[in-house]
Write a protein that binds this ligand. Structure first.
Ligand SMILES: [Zn+2]
Length: 306
């Protein structure tokens, strides 16, 4: 399980071209990479580039006509509004590539114990429509692909985004070998929550202490239900931060670092491989958002180097 460098998966197409003042920080992916270089954390990682999914690949997690609508740019007006991102060829390219980024992270993590995708966590994407800036659901896709390829038997999706992983929960509602677990803010989007296998709703305004208590309760509950995952997909989103533009929790960067270390250490101790995604993070100061997304990479360097 030990290696001096851990995989980071990134593709130059990840940035999303958006009109000025759009709520989504479209350049946070390249800014994150540059920030990891600036602070030297990138030294702990080896860079890998994913290849785009085929339509057939994606059909394990999405309906054929929806995949085709993204392929051709023929989204209905209603689906365009739900998605919240304007269609473009770049959006198509990155949408077909990012799910394989998470899958590549998972495949590499099987060898190294840990691998990190510098994108992913698009958990609001449903079977037949995208929503909340999420086109395809990389978490549902990767979990199902791992099982179909015989690379895992029981996958845990631990979603720590401030928003509930409603798309993931719905797509996987009948997959008994995939445990969906969401820790989110009760008052955040989506207003109408889906039913994950395990849901932990935290009240608006809660900070590090409350959050870490719930996280520890969640991990011990996963232990108690005897699911024993042999693979973990961890959505290490940073929209739980007090300065996040959309999230209603009040965590600090130190609290998020602690959250990530608790999760990573827990599964490292059990020798369960983990693939991480960056998930949600919002704000007009895209550099600050990118810096917050570096927390999971710093936590990996800290936990796995020791
Ligand atoms: Zn979110």
């Amino acid at each position: 399980m030990k290696s001096s460098k851990y995989p980071i998966i990134y593709h130059p197409s990840y940035d999303i071209p958006l009109p000025e003042r759009h709520r989504f920080p479209g350049t946070k992916y390249s800014l994150l990479l540059r920030h990891l270089e600036d602070i030297g954390v990138i030294q702990n990682f080896l860079k890998y580039t994913p290849k785009p999914c085929t339509t057939e690949n994606l059909s394990i997690a999405h309906e054929a006509s929806y995949i085709e609508a993204i392929q051709t740019g023929n989204l209905s007006r209603e689906n365009q509004v739900r998605l919240g991102l304007p269609w473009s060829e770049t959006l198509r390219e990155r949408s077909f590539t990012a799910p394989n980024g998470t899958l590549l992270a998972a495949q590499l993590a099987l060898k190294t114990g840990i691998a990190c995708h510098a994108a992913g966590g698009t958990h609001h994407a449903h079977w037949d429509f995208g929503a909340g800036f999420c086109v395809f659901n990389d978490l549902a896709y990767t979990a199902r692909a791992l099982i179909r390829m015989g690379l895992a038997r029981r996958v845990l999706i631990l979603d720590c985004d401030v928003h509930q992983g409603d798309g993931t929960a719905n797509i996987l509602s009948n997959d008994t070998n995939i445990l969906t677990c969401s820790i989110h803010c009760a008052e955040n989007y989506p207003i109408k929550k889906a039913v994950s296998d395990l849901d932990f709703a935290i009240s608006r305004g809660s900070g590090d202490g409350d959050y870490l208590t719930v996280l520890r309760r969640c991990l011990s509950q996963i232990d108690r239900i005897n699911f024993s995952p042999d693979f973990v997909l961890y959505d290490a989103a940073i929209d739980v931060h007090g300065n996040d533009k959309l999230g209603l929790l009040e965590m600090t960067s130190e609290g998020i670092f602690e959250r990530d270390k608790v999760v990573l250490s827990h599964f490292k101790k059990k020798q369960v491989p983990i693939a991480t995604t960056i998930g949600g993070g919002y704000g007009e100061a895209q550099q600050e958002v990118a810096q917050r997304h570096s927390i999971i990479f710093r936590a990996v360097a800290s936990v796995f180097a020791s």
